[in-house]
Design a protein around this ligand. Structure first.
Ligand SMILES: [Zn+2]
Length: 321
């Protein structure tokens, strides 16, 4: 067995770690809750502990670990592996790379979630070799990445495509960034949870969690169906703007909300195509094949790319810059 690469995805609520083999398969996986973040950097400790447990469960020795790649929410400096800005309380300044590299004695690459998911889509499909490619990760918040000619769009401070905080609505809901009307404050996972809380406060007998609403929608509960359809409309509005700004050849969606893709796919596609300029609207908008692990897989691609280990995957493709 082996060699393997370790992929990590740091979300707002959960940390995921997985061992990826040379076929690009996640062969061992573990998910842990994000601890309350403070000065002692318990987040990094949780990452190290989770990765060690994944190695243990997989029966994999450290010698068989080629590299470690980490994707995270927030603005990360890819050179230092430090979260340099985050709207989340206490996250700014967290060094993700040093504890991981010290613990595993490997070079550790840290990349933003949107970029990581874009790399996964570009490398593994469904948009393999098709660029320009727009990736949108819809979890609690929304993160995006864009690849053209094989290269990630980064911007002057590695914070291009902060699309989750496009101010789309006025006055709009209050966002974690402190502004109002942001795309993710209306269309992200926590926005959906807030909407459900409002329904419940108004006397509707609805569950509190989006996944439970999805179950009811699958069972033909009309209010739940309409909630997910509206979710698609809200996401479609943001996608339409990005289609007009970036003119991608394909849009690949991933993240936890995509578990319910069949419930909002139709309204998202219709909204995106109705609202974007006609020339930009005719584009494939698809769900990633493994939407909840796209960032983890992309983190591995980023790490292997940084080390120029393009031979790791048995079905290797050309270098992406
Ligand atoms: Zn915001």
């Amino acid at each position: 067995m082996g060699p393997f690469a370790m992929g990590i995805d740091v979300g707002r609520t959960n940390v995921r770690a997985g061992l990826v083999d040379r076929r690009g398969q996640v062969v061992q996986f573990l998910e842990e809750a994000v601890p309350p973040v403070g000065q002692q950097n318990p987040l990094a400790e949780t990452l190290v502990r989770t990765c060690r447990e994944v190695l243990h469960r997989g029966g994999v020795k450290l010698a068989d670990l080629v590299t470690v790649g980490c994707a995270t929410v927030g603005h990360v400096d890819p050179d230092s592996g430090v979260i340099v800005a985050s709207p989340l309380q206490g996250w700014t300044g967290i060094d993700l790379r040093t504890p991981l590299s010290q613990s595993f004695q490997r070079t550790v690459t840290v990349e933003g979630e949107g970029n990581a998911a874009a790399l996964a889509a570009y490398f593994f499909g469904p948009s393999r070799d098709r660029s320009p490619l727009l990736s949108m990760v819809v979890g609690s918040g929304i993160d995006c990445g864009f690849i053209e000619d094989g290269r990630l769009l980064r911007g002057a401070k590695n914070s291009a495509l902060e699309a989750g905080h496009m101010r789309l609505f006025h006055p709009g809901r209050t966002c974690v960034c402190g502004r109002t009307g942001c795309f993710e404050a209306h269309a992200g996972g926590y926005a959906l949870a807030s909407l459900l809380a409002e329904y419940r406060a108004a006397g509707h007998e609805l569950p509190a969690r989006p996944e439970e609403v999805a179950e009811l929608a699958q069972a033909s509960h009309e209010t739940c169906i309409s909630i997910w359809e509206e979710q698609g409309v809200l996401l479609g509005l943001g996608v339409a703007i990005l289609l007009d700004i970036l003119n991608p050849a394909m849009v690949v969606l991933s993240g936890g909300i995509l578990r319910s893709w069949n419930l909002f796919k139709k309204s998202l596609l219709k909204t995106a195509r109705d609202k974007a300029m006609p020339r930009n609207a005719e584009v494939a908008i698809v769900c990633a094949p493994d939407p909840e692990r796209a960032c983890l897989l992309g983190a591995v691609v980023a790490a292997l790319r940084a080390e120029k280990r393009y031979d790791f995957f048995l079905d290797a493709q050309a270098e992406t810059g």
